[in-house]
Ligand binder design. Sequence first.
Ligand code: HEM
Length: 400
Amino acid sequence: MSAPPETLELLDDAAVADPYPLLAHWREHDPVRWSERYRSWFVTRYADVDAALRDPRFSSDRISPYRRARGRAPGDPRVEAAFAVLEDWMVFQDPPRHGRLRRLLGRAFTPRAVQRLRPRIAELTDRLLDDVAAAGSADLIADLAYPLTASVVAELLGVPADDLDRFKSWSDRITGLVFGGLGDPDRHTDGAEGMAELTGYLAGLVERDRTEPAGGLLGALLRARDGDDTLTHDEVVATGVLLLFAGHETTTNLIGNGVLALIRHPGQAPDAPGTVEEVLRFDGPAKTIARLMIADVELGGRTLRRGDRVFLCPAAANRDPEVFPDPDRFDVTRTPGRQLGFGLGLHYCLGAPLARLEASIAIPAVFDRLGSPVVDGPLRWQPVLLSRGLDRLPVRITPA
Ligand code: HEM
């Protein structure tokens, strides 16, 4: 890394391409670091990230304070409506509302519902890799990871295959709204339009499901009960958008990052029992997890004040030498178990079994079907704070 780490931030080019030297520097020298540029804290030690993820004073409810602030000067009604959908996402809720939404989703999104997808994931992977193998070269994001994960989440929800392309384009546009931070009005408008089209579409599917149950997760959400409690129509639609969103980009990134790690470490087995866990640790899709302080808290010798924004960094914690010996080494035979790539505590990723299933099928299939692909062209990493993933992964397939 050429610039001195002190002057770098996570979204500078060198750190977007490889954030790990910078994160290691912070973890060692300034583990609870205030960034003037982002007006936020960055927490990098495993013990601190772990403690913060279990601490209710690190709040997940960061949409409603933002909406209250905007409410004093209301803007574009489409943007307001899009934020109202985000406000219904459990990932942006604290107890008690969070627990209610999570229990009801848990009734519908069961391990059995995930396991039922196994043959479809294998079939879709095979079909996509047939085309890649025939072409001799590919972008494994556009030609494999992205269409695979989009199809799987669409099928999970019960979206008809014919509508998949529209579905994917809405998801892309909403990405700017969710991952882009809360500052850029143009991105908000485009994301808000995508959100309006997607919620309108899902609302139609939910209505149809009332009279003609289609057997997907949306219908199961509509009928999910926890005692007398059920989800409202708006909550079913918002949860559908959350699942589409949470389940698609992240899993694309896991497959992309995993294939790249294995291309770069040819001695490591793509199909070892620990491969997917090691990818989550070594180069997982969750670079940071955002929280908002609702009390003053001492952490790592610093005082985080009520109202401060905090980025907890699994990408740094997962390479903390206090927890993982020789942390910069990619080793699929490592004893797994403590990586924080799916978060921890109340908000621990509800889709982890599905993400693991998709990655454990798709990653080994790439090497089974394509032998030893080589990277063929520049890699482009997404310049975003929250996630770590490739925009493209161009490969050439070498004849066996
Ligand atoms: C490799 C892929 C994935 C990664 C790295 C990932 C990561 C995460 C992380 C870090 C959180 C915690 C966020 C927080 O604490 O604020 C989370 C929550 C969540 N994830 Fe995932 N996720 C992945 C795939 C999926 C999939 C496939 C689904 C569903 C289809 C999903 C659904 C959810 C939901 C619903 C939550 C919110 C849980 C809650 O707030 O209680 N995720 N995910």
